[in-house]
Ligand binder design. Sequence first.
Ligand code: CTP
Length: 447
Amino acid sequence: MTESAGRLKDRRIALGITGSIAAYKAVELMRLFQNEGADVRVLMTTAAVEFIGTLTLETLSHHPVDSDVLSLQGDGRIGHIAAAHDVEAIVVAPATAHWLGAMANGLAGDTITAACLATSVPVVVAPAMDGGMYAHAATQANVARLREFGYRIVEPESGVLASGMVGLGRLAGLHRIVDATVAALSGAPVGGQPTPMPTRTDMADLHVVVTAGGTAEPIDPVRFVGNRSTGKMGLAVAKNALDRGAAVTLIMGNVSVEPPAGANVVRAETAAEMQAALRALTPPAGPRFDVLVMAAAVADFRPRSPSATKLGRSAGLTLEMDATPDLLAETSERVRASLPAGSRRPILVGFAAETGTFERVVAKLESKGVDLLVANDVTESGSGFGTDTDRVTIYSTDMPLEELPLLPKYEVAELLLDRVLIRLENAAAKSDVPAVAGVPQPAEIGR
Ligand code: CTP
């Protein structure tokens, strides 16, 4: 983070904390602001005080916390009016559905709404709540109203919520909130589209993990060994799952297109980073997803000893390379080994990039332990890396292979996830246990 240190040097920020379970993250958020050089004073609603108290925040901010809309400061000034005039930005994180409603209607019943009404400085708002509450038309109308005020909304992410269910409502990554505040203070236009709400619900309550893009394996700090993947297929799968109401974790290598709004994006530049991200999702207690679609082009080889300093050109270069581990095969083994008794196994999907022949695909289906393997011939025009279309053949463990025509990648994603849903439904019919990711996981609560 050294390259970003000091972006808020000597800037005065009010951090407004409202009564969401995600309030516990506000202490860390305040530290991130301070690491950037900001002077932070804290405003809280009474519900937020019930969640996390004031002492930690007062101690770390070196300012009294203002949680009483009727309070006067030591110098006789009204607390929220003083805050409104003394700071250069107000950041409300987490913002509850109730607070959004109060603010949208100008109801100054708490110190944060009062300060926002009284101020002319930029306001950044990061909502956090249950997925259903965030999707409700009332909440969406309130968020839209705040946008009209010129407030910068840091959209929540999808993932496991406090209820143990999955949905779109988890507080945005704290670095995103800091970045939005930096942008607000630099006068950058508010821009950004609201996160589109799902248009369908056939994947609601499912946690879909998608890997996308190519990995880049370092030779030295400047060069890497990579591949031609642009990530378009994986991002199409992520978008399709979001449109169908799933919570999506996108483990993303190098991509040439923007990830879809609403996905919880985990960056993984190298095969090793992708391996770590996948392992975190398959702990010994069991897999934390219902579906894994491994669309990433993981590098098959990586330099054995990357140099810590830039290699000179004059000596030429001979690279020694090692094969990378097969992440999909490894994840499939971990899923099976860690699955709690009686739980429904997640559906696992792989891709196979072939050139000229599909003769190795059936062997890959078995060696990788997947339910579905999507093969395409990357040498065929209109199919493979960088194109917006693909002609794929879907191999499965329980059905004859299906040859699909040349289709836009989003359509391929749609048909693929249809087949995933059939398998999930078949699995559910055989067992009355809930989906793996539907089981409350306290360690994930509010993350
Ligand atoms: N894959 C993986 N780990 C690797 C290489 C590939 O998890 N180190 C995954 C890919 O994400 C894809 C599937 O395995 O879902 C098939 O990838 P592919 O490149 O076709 O197969 P490889 O296993 O790399 O075999 P080969 O290079 O011999 O074709």
